[in-house]
Design a protein around this ligand. Structure first.
Ligand SMILES: [Mn+2]
Length: 289
């Protein structure tokens, strides 16, 4: 039995099938982890959701910013026609509501202490141990599954507050946690996020660090798999493994075999993608992963 963590699929279903063939994935024996952003831009978001949901207990996925955006669009869908064709196919499918409901129940953080790995879409605040991260994730997950979820989804957008703090309450705390889990790349030692910086390490503004290198960050008891950061690409360092290799941009779809010496396995993108900015950035700053 093997467990593979797969990077951002973003609706590239054909490429996912190609990767799983390459891995000789056996749903009866193997397990798949997905770093989130299952949907948007690739053109086959509907097929991707159907397939991964259909895997049942053989697959688990954490929420990414594009997944949250789709769920939020479903809340608004009755008010205006969806312009994004890939997302519209999900919203208008007979099983669309069921798929989105399933997506809404996904966690923000997955941790398997026995395996020694955790997974989030983007990052962890430097103030969080993994146990603290789990508490913050569960708090937001409960809101997304609760009866006020529409309000939470409609008010999660935006870059303020710029970082998580234990003093934050209510929706500010929710938004700060969502931004860390699903959008962060660079932050300062206090966990204040630079939403503008999205390039390779070394290109960020002074005083900001890749979140996993922020000075004074809390210790992390598991290795952490992330997606979201296609400019970082295939990455291994500081106990972090990056597996977003920009499939939807014509790059590769990458799997990481989770074992004591993790192994990267990738296939080329099988389809062209399109371009869209980060949907959770209220002012559309081109934060694209
Ligand atoms: Mn993302």
């Amino acid at each position: 039995m093997s467990t593979y963590a797969i990077g951002d699929v973003q609706g590239c279903y054909d490429t996912l099938c190609r990767l799983l063939e390459h891995l000789r994935f056996d749903p009866a024996a193997d397990r798949l982890w997905f770093t989130g952003d299952l949907v948007n831009r690739g053109g086959q978001s509907l097929e991707t959701l159907r397939f991964i949901r259909g895997l049942g207990d053989s697959a688990l996925a954490v929420l990414g910013n594009h997944d949250l955006h789709l769920i939020a669009e479903s809340v608004k869908a009755t008010e205006r026609r969806q312009k994004n064709l890939d997302l519209r196919r999900v919203l208008e499918a007979d099983d669309g509501a069921e798929l989105i409901d399933w997506l809404r129940q996904r966690p923000l953080l997955h941790m398997d202490k026995e395996l020694g790995f955790a997974m989030v879409h983007a990052g962890l605040s430097p103030q969080w141990t993994l146990d603290r991260a789990r508490i913050e994730a569960e708090r937001v997950e409960k809101e997304l599954r609760g009866k006020d979820y529409k309000n939470v989804l409609l008010r999660m957008y935006g870059d303020r507050p710029r970082g998580w703090s234990r003093r934050l309450k209510g929706l500010d705390r929710t938004r700060a946690a969502i931004n860390a889990f699903t959008r962060m790349r660079y932050c300062d030692p206090r966990g204040q996020i630079s939403f503008e910086a999205k390039g390779t390490p070394g290109t960020q503004p002074a005083g900001f660090y890749p979140w996993f290198e922020a000075p004074g960050h809390k210790p992390r008891s598991c290795r952490v798999v992330i997606g979201h950061w296609s400019a970082l690409g295939r990455f291994q360092g500081m106990g972090v493994f990056g597996v977003d290799t920009g499939c939807v941009w014509g790059g590769k779809l990458t799997a990481l075999k989770l074992q004591s010496e993790p192994e990267f396995i990738a296939v080329d993108c099988a389809q062209p993608g399109s371009t869209d900015a980060d949907p959770l950035a209220k002012d559309d700053m081109g934060d694209s992963d």
